[in-house]
Each structure stands twice: as structure tokens, then as C-alpha cells.
Design a protein. Structure first.
Length: 413
């Protein structure tokens, strides 16, 4: 008799919980395959097109056989220069565009490989919570310890970081920031970043800021770059991407800018893992950064209008809403008594009953339980329709609770 074959995963796999957003996305696709019209408020996946000149340039360059070869791993010189000019134009940050800029296959890949370059067993990372999963699990996969700091006032948050630096041995090696914040939409001031830089120099930790939503801002708000603060280039880097600002999510084009030594570590890791980004995409990225500033403003206006429809509709439903000034999401607390279901079950019920996909707050850690993250990717009409369908589904649940055929509290069992 043949001996039974056993698949043995690495121990790190035991530290990775089921990816909740993958579960919700699978449910969404299954319903769509059956013909259901699911309104997607779950994933931050832009449905609007990339700027016309960007797509046209991609098609033009893709026809050139020279673009079919392996590209330069760290990014084309002209794209890196354009990123440097973008930072000078928008944030008055002086970059050379050489060893202080590197291109990545989206910011998620870059953060993951940067974590492999910087972290290992015995190292500790501090992360604001709730947190976008990669900010936690990139460090976990690298073998590091992660300590989550609940988002609070800037003063309290700074004080908690300093307390951890004083009490932990060895002291934290890295602080992972994400402002404007996903999922909550929380903002950071230059003064906050300045205090982070002071602590980084005092306690010798590095800083990463995920700045993916830096240009998706509303009501005249301008999000500061971490690198604007004096001394930031000495201690850290900033990631961003073309996904949100230019609706190029599926193109997988991002970048990291900042401290040359830290970026060199990422370059070394990427040299082993990948051959860079398709040249046609990089050339299209040059066009986006050089010629499409107006498109960023127009897209932010589109998201602001959708935000207003979303928030106004939720308020009319009786939900408490904090209107965000940045990001492409609304972070909202599930109202009583439906909060008894927990965010995962609530999300499943909305999918099943309302044909609306939402992201459960639990997917961002225990600090997110009781909340939903609602994406602003659908148009205003479909957002309004989604809220109507959710309201109808909740009324249906109310009737079943009254009849004794549905128990809200089952979620905790």
C-alpha cells in the first residue's frame, strides 16, 4: 500500500488567518455567476477608467517588441525622475530620482518585500489598529512580532509609541504608519509626523508610511506627506501607487521614496524575487505623473460626491456617521441591535439578503469589530440603491427577530 502523501506548510502559515476579503469576494462572484446584480461596496477596486492618454500610451508602447523584454528591475530612469518631480511639485520634497526612488508592483508588494528586507525573528513592529491586513501580516510573514496600537488622539498615540520604546527590549525596530488611514479615514498632521521623526531618532526605529490615499481628499483638505517633515528622509520611506489617484489598480504600479539605505534593502530583495514592471505600464505611468494632475482632482471630486450620497443616506437610515475627509471608504459603526450579529455575519446577511457586498470591520483586526468599511467605487445611483436594499434587508431581519426565526446573538456562539 502506498504511503499517504502529506502536504506540510511552513509554520508561518499557521499565523495567517483566513483572508476575509477573499471570502466576501468569492461570495460576490458566486452570486454574479448565478445572475444576481451585486452592488460592490466591499473592495477598494476602482471602477472608473484610467485617464485616456495613459491607456493610449500603454497600447502604443505595448506594440513595440522592445517593450516585451525584461525591464529594469527597480524602475525606468525616466519614471523614477517623474516621481521625484511629482514629490517636488506637490510636497516640496527634494529627491534625486535615483537611489531614493524605487518602483514596485503596487504598494502591497513593495511593503511585503520591504518587510522581508528589514525584519526578522525577534524584531518588533508597531502598527496603528484597526489595520489594513498587509501592514500586519507582511511583518508576520517576515517572522517579526507585531504590536497593535489602537488609533486615538495624536498625543495619546505618540505617548504609547514612546512608552513601548522605553519598556520593550529590544526596542521596536519599525513603526508602520498609514495616513490617510485605511480603513478609518483618520488623518495625520505635519506636527504628528514631526513627533514621529523625533521619536525615531531618539529610539532608533525606522518608519514606513503607506500614502496610497494621499491624493483622494475632500472639502479642500490636503494630506501631508511624511517626507515633508524635516528629518523624515533620515529615518523612513513612503509608499504610494497609481491605483487610486489614476484608477490604475489592475496595472500594478507603485513606488517607494525616501531614505536611500532603506530603499537599497528593498532593491536587493526585489532583485531576487522579480524582474520589475512591464515597460509599457511604466511608460504609461510617466504620462500619468507628467500630464494627468487634472485627472486626480476630477476623480477626487467624483469620490466626494459619492461620499456625500453614502453618508447622507446612512444618516437618513439612523446610522451614526463620521464623514471622512480622505480615502475612498466610509468607516461606519453597525447600529444596535444589529451589532449583536458581529461584522462578519452582518456582511454575509447583506450579501445574501440585499445583494450588497460590504467589508466587515473584523477583517482589519479585533479593533474593527462592530464596524463596516464601505467603498465608494460604485456610482451615486448604485450607492443609493445599495442603501435602499440594505434598509429593506434590515427590516426583513427585524420581522424575523420578532417572529423568533432569527437570533441576532448567534454570531457570538
Amino acid at each position: 500500500m502506498d504511503q499517504q502523501f502529506t502536504i506540510r506548510f511552513a509554520e508561518r502559515m499557521n499565523q495567517l488567518p483566513p483572508y476575509l476579503f477573499g471570502m466576501i469576494n468569492k461570495m460576490k462572484m458566486e452570486k454574479r455567476w448565478k445572475g444576481d446584480d451585486v452592488i460592490d461596496l466591499g473592495m477598494g477596486n476602482p471602477m472608473d477608467p484610467a485617464p485616456g492618454p495613459v491607456t493610449e500610451k500603454l497600447c502604443e508602447v505595448a506594440l513595440d517588441p522592445k517593450s516585451h523584454r525584461y525591464p529594469v528591475a527597480g524602475g525606468m530612469k525616466n519614471l523614477k525622475r517623474e516621481i521625484a518631480l511629482y514629490y517636488k511639485r506637490n510636497y516640496d520634497v527634494q529627491l534625486t530620482g535615483e537611489n531614493d526612488v524605487i518602483c514596485t508592483i503596487g504598494s502591497k508588494e513593495g511593503i511585503s518585500h520591504m518587510s522581508l528586507a528589514l525584519l526578522g525573528p525577534g524584531d518588533t513592529v508597531l502598527v496603528p489598529a484597526p489595520a489594513f491586513p498587509i501592514h500586519v501580516y507582511a511583518a508576520v510573514i517576515a517572522g517579526a512580532n507585531v504590536l497593535r496600537i489602537p488609533l486615538s488622539s495624536e498625543d495619546t498615540f505618540i505617548a504609547q509609541i514612546e512608552q513601548m520604546c522605553k519598556s520593550l527590549y529590544p526596542a521596536p525596530k519599525l513603526v508602520m504608519l498609514n495616513f490617510p488611514h485605511n480603513p478609518t479615514g483618520r488623518l495625520a498632521t505635519k506636527e504628528f509626523f514631526s513627533e514621529i521623526v523625533k521619536l525615531a531618532k531618539k529610539y532608533n526605529f525606522m518608519v514606513i508610511n503607506d500614502f496610497a490615499y494621499g491624493k483622494v481628499t475632500y472639502d479642500g483638505y490636503v494630506a501631508p506627506s511624511f517626507l515633508e517633515v524635516p528629518g523624515a528622509l533620515d529615518v523612513g520611506v513612503e509608499f504610494s501607487s497609481f491605483s487610486k489617484s489614476y484608477n490604475m489598480a489592475g496595472w500594478r504600479l507603485g513606488y517607494c521614496v525616501g531614505n536611500p539605505g532603506i530603499i537599497d534593502g528593498l532593491a536587493k530583495i526585489k532583485g531576487y524575487y522579480d524582474y520589475g514592471i512591464f515597460s509599457a505600464i511604466q511608460v504609461a505611468g510617466i504620462v500619468a505623473m507628467r500630464d494627468c494632475d487634472d485627472s486626480i482632482v476630477e476623480q477626487a471630486s467624483v469620490y466626494q460626491n459619492r461620499r456625500d450620497v453614502m453618508c447622507d443616506g446612512l444618516v437618513r437610515m439612523g446610522w451614526e456617521v463620521e464623514t471622512p475627509k480622505a480615502g475612498m471608504f466610509v468607516w461606519v459603526k453597525i447600529p444596535a441591535p444589529y451589532d449583536k450579529m458581529g461584522s462578519i455575519r452582518f456582511s454575509v446577511e447583506m450579501m445574501a439578503r440585499a445583494n450588497v457586498a460590504v467589508s466587515p470591520g473584523a477583517g482589519f483586526g479585533e479593533e474593527g469589530e462592530g464596524y463596516l468599511r464601505l467603498a465608494l467605487v460604485e456610482n451615486e445611483h448604485r450607492i443609493a440603491q445599495a442603501l435602499k436594499q440594505m434598509k429593506r434587508a434590515l427590516k426583513e431581519i427585524d420581522q424575523e427577530v420578532e417572529a423568533g426565526t432569527f437570533k441576532l446573538e448567534e454570531a457570538s456562539a
